[in-house]
Ligand binder design. Sequence first.
Ligand code: FUB
Length: 324
Amino acid sequence: MKTPKYLVPGDYMADPAVHVFNERLYIYPSHDRESGIEENDNGDHFDMKDYHVFSTDDIENGVITDHGVVLDTKDIPWAGRQLWDCDVAYKDGKYYLYFPLKDKTDIFRIGVAISDKPEGPFIPLENPIKGSYSIDPAIFDNGDGNYYMYFGGLWGGQLQRYRNNKALESAILPEGNDEALPSRVVKLSHDMLEFAEEPKEIIILDENGNPLKAGDTTRRFFEASWVHKYNGKYYFSYSTGDTHLLCYAIGDNPYGPFTYQGVILTPVVGWTTHHAIAEFKGKWYLFHHDSVPSGGRTWLRSLKVVELEYDENGKIKTIQGGGE
Ligand code: FUB
């Protein structure tokens, strides 16, 4: 599949997380909707209320099953507003859906919902994960019994309100030569319901081994963490937010540090860019979104897939997003 394909033409879906369970490919997107809320830097216009799950055993032809609504804010006891990017992990016969949602005080927390099936429906727990904050949880199964959650997002994602996992009195957004605000990683507890440790910072190094600076806006982390493994290396990929790139960095273990490598996807139509990378039936794919079908409305995004290729050194070949 060399040309990108839209996967759900009849609805607006964004922020895909993708996994292969039982030899079938499952997609867990955000479900965009027209809420009428004016666009702002806080992301209030991304006012999503539920999730659908999609699955396929024929991604090449884009044959997709919609499993319907699998979780709704009305069923989440601690819900305030804005159900953003989620992810799902499998362990010991259960599927765990991790989701960011503002609580009743308008603070993003990360919640868990459980199902016996990859396609849900998912039953949410009474409270969010203790010590959780910010957005965009992505779960990496290290294959050794350990599961890691990567999370965080700037601006509307509220990451600038925290340092050392504690809330600040007021937000501080680093600038210029300050070190960039990093994504976080945390090992999950054996029962998958809690953090097993304090979240740690993901450091992205430049070609000289120095942490990326806040002013390096075309390379520094903004949101949309994702981790996959290729040829024994850990690939940490993310969005640069206000410069609209999907980039990646490579490390030797789930905690990093990771060294910056390059751009996976150039800007798409629409402000946000967000993705997942997965291998299925011997090919690698980039799942992402853009706002072409909605005529550029940034809060109404559509799911896309395109094949992702590596060169002989394991470098990802840059894909054109079409939004420049
Ligand atoms: O969908 C809402 C937010 O937009 C996501 O959490 C971000 O990653 C961006 O795609």
